[in-house]
Structures are given as C-alpha cells and as structure tokens.
Design a protein around this ligand. Structure first.
Ligand SMILES: [Zn+2]
Length: 131
C-alpha cells in the first residue's frame, strides 16, 4: 500500500481512534497495559479487565478505530484476526462506520435476526477470521 493510502487509512477513522485512546488511557490508569500489534494499539488487563471479566457483561474485546480494548492480552491474542477485520472496516468506512454498523444491526433485527451475529460487519469479521 502506498504511503499516502496508508496515511489516509489512519486519518479517515482518526476521530474513532482518538475516542479509543481515551478508553485506552482509562485501561492504563487502572493498571492495564498497551501493545502495538499489526499497526493497531491494543489495551488490556488491569482492574477494569478483571472487573468486566467477573461481571455478567458478555465482553471480550472491542475495536474503536485503530484501538482495540480487551479483557486482557490473552483475549486480545485470541480475537486479533476478528478485530483486525473491524480495523479494516473502520479504514474503509471512516466516520461512517459506527452509524453503518448500527444500521446493519437494526436491519438484522428487523429481518428477525440477531443484532450482533447477523450484522453484516460481524458476519464479515467472523468469516474472514475463520480463514
Ligand atoms: Zn466483531
């Protein structure tokens, strides 16, 4: 990929990446840590990860621009392929990604499907992560 395209792929979803960094700093403030994997900043661990892990909240990781927040780094290793598909989706859709994702969930629900599993963005991520 050319340098210009690579730069644009980071700039286009940058508002989301900035929001993800704020959450990432919270992870750090509560004892978590950050790593760079495949051009993405991954945050995990610490008290927030332990608290969410013990709760009934069904959460493993979430991608916000070029930031991935996870329960811990083992979880981030496990879901990296899936979350990297979401990173590519953010690069493709930029600021439109979250509204498009929510619309896709609404359409899935209106068609009688599951908000998460039948969302076209999730289906792409599950399909590509499987290989
Ligand atoms: Zn996903």
């Amino acid at each position: 990929m050319s340098r210009l395209l690579r730069t644009l792929s980071y700039a286009w979803p940058a508002p989301y990446t900035c929001a993800g960094l704020v959450f990432g700093l919270l992870v750090i403030a509560f004892g978590g840590s950050a790593r760079v994997r495949r051009g993405t900043l991954e945050f995990g661990g610490g008290a927030l990860g332990r608290w969410i892990g013990r709760s009934r909240i069904p959460f493993g990781a979430i991608t916000i621009g070029h930031v991935v927040l996870g329960l811990d780094h083992l979880m981030l290793d496990r879901v990296r392929n899936h979350e990297q598909v979401h990173v590519r989706q953010y690069e493709r859709w930029g600021p439109l990604f979250v509204p498009a994702y929510l619309l896709a969930s609404a359409i899935a629900w209106m068609l009688g499907g599951d908000l998460y599993r039948d969302n076209v963005f999730e289906r792409e991520a599950f399909d590509k992560a499987r290989g």
